[in-house]
Write a protein that binds this ligand. Structure first.
Ligand code: FAD
Length: 467
């Protein structure tokens, strides 16, 4: 078979994993082709994930801050929402970033090919685009085809009122009544946005806590605030039957503590993401794919076929952009001959809800399950001057230490900006810091970051009364 394009490195998928891998490979002098189905680079994260959701969450935060300002004597009128302008703002943010990526690809002479790629053999991919099919022959390949929302079977997906996260980010309208099926990070972020814009929001979650994966105590301040803001949340409840009717989406629930409504203007289904590994004809390249569509890799991100690597959402949890970029860099460096490996242990998770919930390393729940001997230093933000100043004292910072060495192995935070604050704990874990190292580090006063040092001091016993 004659190839239309030949290259040393082919990267399949241009999400945060794929574009990072392609740019790194090109910087390391591998002649690189980047294949992407959509016209813009950036994948889920830039186009329909992290970035647009955070742009909308910023608008939500401003609305909430304005409402909160009356506590300190400043009143604004009711928010007037120009949905077209808000959508335009979100698109401008996304556009700025995707345009930047296209420029970075060009600068590095990464050739981008638009179309859907599938393997033909261990060294060939066929790309089907608008202008037909092309065969690309490669020496090495990095699969970075990501994931997509799980579409629960039996739901009327052909009705636009039943949405996945991509649909919800389109902001078609502000539904009067919105049901969110699935109380994980994405569901709760979108609930936060739509609630601030004026929707009456109901959340149902099958498990016994919101945001499964985070420690229960971290989620409580968020659950309390959602309740205060009239978001009605229902745990251990299943949306058993969903039918599209003329006057709304009719939902039958199963469980105790059922929602009072059964008719909604829109339903967002956010019950997880499915890896795209099974959609690439990977078997023709001899690459193993699990039944669920994940591609197993080793510590260097190599699949079972040694010149083919895989990274990002399709190699496993947690499905997060910063994990994908790290893996992308590693795969490109290994492909270029560097002797490296990486085991992902310290990957922060952040929910950009209000309050934010963030955790990294070992959680308390995990420590208990594994029988680890740990101690916890917890600093309530009610004792932080800065938290009091901003009127948000519900948060706390907790650090988890190995009892034998006093080394930090995990951290969790809840409160405004917890997502920014968690980075320090990640570094401390990576550096093998002991509680005293963190406690002796001078944090600027008055900041929320002081809570990190204080939590370490609480653990060490060098702060006994919280003033
Ligand atoms: P993806 O971003 O999924 O990119 C894969 C790319 O491959 C896509 O562009 C796809 O079109 C392309 N592709 C797939 N198959 C083919 C094919 N056969 N041929 C050609 N191209 C193909 N993560 C965070 O870290 N922080 C957040 O705040 C955050 N917020 C999120 C909010 C939402 C609403 C969603 C949905 C996700 C969010 N995520 C967040 C998760 C994050 O978006 C993903 O973890 C990240 O995008 C994964 O990167 P990736 O490179 O593995 O794959």
């Amino acid at each position: 078979r004659k190839a239309d394009i030949e290259c040393r490195m082919l990267v399949l998928g241009a999400g945060p994993g794929g574009y990072t891998a392609a740019f790194r490979a090109a910087d390391l002098d591998l002649d690189t082709v980047l294949v992407e189905r959509y016209p813009s680079l950036g994948g889920v994260c830039l186009n329909v994930g992290c970035i647009p959701s955070k742009a909308l969450l910023h608008a939500a935060a401003v609305i909430d801050e304005a409402a909160h300002a009356k506590d300190f004597g400043v009143s604004f009128g009711a928010p007037k929402i120009d949905l077209d302008a808000l959508r335009g703002y979100k698109e401008k943010v996304v556009g700025q970033l995707t345009k930047g990526l296209a420029g970075m690809a060009k600068q590095r002479k990464v050739r981008t090919v638009q179309g859907v790629g599938r393997f033909l053999s261990p060294n060939e991919v066929e790309v089907e685009g608008e202008s037909g099919k092309q065969v690309i022959r490669f020496e090495q390949c990095i699969i970075a085809a990501g994931s997509q929302p799980v579409k629960l079977p039996g739901f009327p997906w052909d009705d636009p009122r039943v949405m996945d996260s991509t649909d919800a980010l389109m902001l078609a309208d502000i539904p009067k009544k919105l049901l969110v099926v699935g109380g994980g990070i994405i569901g709760l972020e979108m609930a936060t946005v739509y609630r601030a814009l004026g929707s009456e929001v109901t959340v149902v979650e099958l498990l016994d806590q919101l945001m499964p994966g985070a420690d229960k105590d971290l989620v409580k301040p968020l659950a309390d605030r959602l309740k205060k803001l009239d978001v009605s949340t229902h745990l251990k409840v299943k949306a058993a039957s969903v039918k599209a009717e003329k006057k709304g989406i009719k939902v039958e629930f199963e469980g105790d503590n059922l929602p009072k409504d059964s008719l909604f203007d829109r339903v967002l289904v956010s019950v997880g993401r499915a890896p795209n590994g099974g959609r690439l004809d990977a078997d023709k390249a001899g690459v193993s794919v699990t039944e669920r569509g994940f591609i197993p890799v080793d510590r260097q991100m190599r699949t079972n076929v040694s010149h083919i690597f895989a990274i990002g959402d399709l190699v496993g949890q947690p499905m997060l952009a910063h994990k994908a970029t790290h893996e992308g860099k590693l795969a490109a460096e290994v492909a270029a001959g560097e002797k490296k490996e990486w085991v992902a242990r310290v990957i922060p998770s952040v929910a950009y809800t209000d309050p934010e919930v963030a955790w990294v390393g070992v959680t308390e729940t995990e420590a208990k399950e594994k029988g680890l001997k740990v101690g916890v230093g917890k600093f309530p933000w009610a004792a932080s001057g800065r938290a009091i100043g901003i009127g948000r004292t519900e948060g706390f910072t907790k650090l988890i230490f190995d009892e034998a060495t006093h080394r930090i192995i995990g951290a969790g935070m809840v409160g405004p900006h917890a997502g920014d604050l968690i980075a320090e704990a990640g570094l401390a874990i990576e550096m093998g810091c002991e509680a005293a190292d963190i406690g002796h580090t001078i944090h600027p006063h008055p900041t929320l970051s002081e809570s990190v040092g204080m939590a370490a001091e609480v653990y060490e016993g060098t702060i006994t009364d919280l003033y």
